[in-house]
Design a protein around this ligand. Structure first.
Ligand SMILES: C[S@@+](CC[C@H](N)C(=O)[O-])C[C@H]1O[C@@H](n2cnc3c(N)ncnc32)[C@H](O)[C@@H]1O
Length: 321
C-alpha cells in the first residue's frame, strides 16, 4: 500500500513503526518502494516483527502450559478428594457391617430383596439402604406395573437397575450396556446372584444403531443414564425405534445446556413428558443413619452431583414409529 503525497524517504520510518506494532503484512508492499538506505531499517523492523511473533508465541505456549497444568492439577485434586471419600465410605460400611447394620441385600424401595455382590459399586450404600435416586421410585413402580417386553439400560454399571428391573419383571428381557468392561462383569454376577441371568443380555458401547437393532417384541423402555451421551443416543432420526417406545432418561445438562431442550423438542410430537427433579435424602427416613455422625451421613448419602439433576419419563403415544 502506498500513501499518496509522501516521498519514500519520509514514510520509511512510518513503515518501521507499522512493523513494530506487528502489522507484518504491510512490509512486503511498502518495502518495494524503499531506497537502499532504508533497507537496514526494514531489516531491523523485520527482526522486531520476528521478536514480537516469538514473544507472542511464547506467551501463548506459556499460557497454554499454565492452563494445562492447572487442569491436570485440578483433576488430580478432584481424584484425591474422590479417593478419600471412597475410603471414608468403606470404613463406615465396614463399621456398620460389623454391627450387623449393613449388608448385601437391598432393604427397601422397588428393588427390596435384591442381593448384591461384595464388589465395590458407586453409591452402593444408598442402593442397599434404598435411598438411591429415591425420587424415581414412583416412576419405577409404574414401569414395573407396565411389564415392558424389553428394557434397554444404557450405562448400567453394576446392574442396580438392569438386575432390579429384571427381578421385578420376569417376562422382560433386559439389554444392559456399559463401556466399562469391569462393570459389565459385575452386572452379570449380580444377575447370576439374583437368578435373572437368563433375562439379561449385555453389551459395551451403546449408540443409536445399537438401539435400532434391538428386537422389541411389544413395548420397550430405554433407560438412559450415560453422562451426557443421551444427546447423541436419543435421536429418533438415527434410531426410529425411539418414536414408538418409552424412555426414562437422566438429563445431564451440566455437560451441555442444549440437552434438555433438544430432547424435549425431539419427542414433543410423539411422547408425553413427565419430569422429576432430584431431591436430597430425608435422613430421618433411614434408621441406619442414626448410627452415623453428620459428616459421615453426608459422605454416605449425598450424591456427588454438580447440580440437581432432572429425569424425563417419556411415554410414546403410539406403538408404531
Ligand atoms: C453414572 S454411571 C451409571 C450408573 C448406573 N445407572 C447406576 O445407577 O448404578 C454412567 C455409566 O454410563 C456408562 N456409559 C456412558 N456412555 C455410555 C454408552 N454410550 N454406552 C454404554 N455405556 C455408557 C459409563 O461407563 C458409566 O458406567
Amino acid at each position: 500500500m502506498v500513501l499518496k503525497g509522501f516521498a519514500p524517504s519520509s514514510w520509511v520510518p512510518q513503515v518501521s513503526l507499522v512493523f513494530r506494532v506487528g502489522l507484518a503484512c504491510e512490509i512486503s508492499l511498502v518495502g518495494r518502494f524503499c531506497s537502499d538506505e532504508s533497507q537496514s531499517l526494514i531489516n531491523l523492523a523485520n527482526d522486531l516483527r520476528m521478536t514480537i511473533k516469538q514473544l507472542a508465541k511464547h506467551a501463548f505456549t506459556g499460557t497454554a502450559q499454565t492452563l494445562l497444568t492447572a487442569g491436570l492439577f485440578g483433576s488430580f485434586v478432584d481424584r484425591l478428594a474422590y479417593e478419600r471419600l471412597r475410603q471414608r465410605r468403606r470404613q463406615v460400611e465396614q463399621r456398620l457391617k460389623g454391627k450387623g447394620l449393613y449388608g448385601d441385600v437391598v432393604e427397601r424401595g422397588p428393588f427390596k430383596g435384591m442381593a448384591y455382590t461384595s464388589h465395590w459399586a458407586k453409591n452402593r450404600f444408598e442402593k442397599i439402604i434404598g435411598a438411591y435416586e429415591f425420587y424415581l421410585h414412583g416412576f419405577l413402580e409404574r414401569i414395573c406395573a407396565r411389564q415392558y417386553s424389553e428394557v434397554v439400560d444404557v450405562g448400567c454399571a453394576e446392574g442396580y437397575y438392569a438386575v432390579g428391573l429384571a427381578r421385578r419383571m420376569p417376562q422382560t428381557v433386559v439389554y444392559a450396556y456399559d463401556n466399562d468392561a469391569e462393570m459389565i462383569e459385575h452386572c452379570l454376577e449380580n444377575a447370576q446372584l439374583n437368578r435373572v441371568r437368563d433375562q439379561v443380555r449385555t453389551g459395551a458401547f451403546c449408540e443409536p444403531s445399537v438401539l435400532q437393532n434391538i428386537p422389541i417384541r411389544q413395548k420397550g423402555l430405554v433407560f438412559s443414564d450415560c453422562e451426557g451421551y443421551e444427546l447423541t443416543l436419543l435421536d429418533p432420526a438415527k434410531a426410529p425405534m425411539l418414536m414408538a417406545n418409552d424412555i426414562l432418561v437422566e438429563i445431564h445438562d451440566f455437560k451441555d445446556r442444549a440437552i434438555s431442550t433438544t430432547i424435549r423438542e425431539r419427542f414433543s410430537a410423539t411422547h408425553t413428558l413427565e419430569v422429576v427433579r432430584a431431591e436430597s435424602v430425608r435422613f430421618a427416613d433411614y434408621p441406619v443413619l442414626q448410627h452415623l455422625n453428620l459428616q459421615e451421613i453426608y459422605a454416605m448419602v449425598a450424591e456427588e452431583r454438580v447440580e440437581l439433576m432432572e429425569w424425563y419419563y417419556l411415554q410414546a403415544r403410539s406403538d408404531t414409529p
